[in-house]
Design a protein around this ligand. Structure first.
Ligand SMILES: [Zn+2]
Length: 119
């Protein structure tokens, strides 16, 4: 009699979760947003439509093409600047790409804001 292998218990480690989060400044509403998609340039569909219509997406793409950089790098750099991390990015102390320090700084700003509102 063949014995079936014991059913493997799912553990947390089995679940593939991408830990990379990207913080960028939306080209539609000019607010910071968090995303798991590296190349996202706007926070929502509404902002994507708005940014497309008012030409800000085209302007961004033209600018980036001229400097041979990817548009998502620029919107992430905008966020790093707003988070006060541009010196660290410029000195290459931290890298933009999915950097946990940038994500933490983003949440700290949100928490600081919420605390200030509550006070
Ligand atoms: Zn937006």
């Amino acid at each position: 009699m063949n014995q079936l292998p014991a059913k493997k218990q799912n553990t947390e480690a089995d679940v593939t979760v991408s830990s990379k989060r990207y913080i960028a400044v939306c080209r539609g509403c000019d607010l910071m947003f968090e995303t798991s998609r590296k190349d996202q340039l706007t926070c929502s569909d509404a902002c994507r439509v708005k940014a497309h219509r008012n030409g800000s997406l085209k302007a961004l793409r033209d600018f980036c093409k001229a400097f041979d950089i990817e548009p998502h790098m620029l919107v992430q750099a905008d966020a790093a600047k707003r988070l006060g991390l541009n010196d660290k990015v410029m000195s290459r102390e931290i890298e933009l790409d999915g950097n946990p320090q940038i994500v933490r700084a983003f949440y700290k700003r949100i928490f600081d804001y919420v605390e200030a509102e509550a006070a």
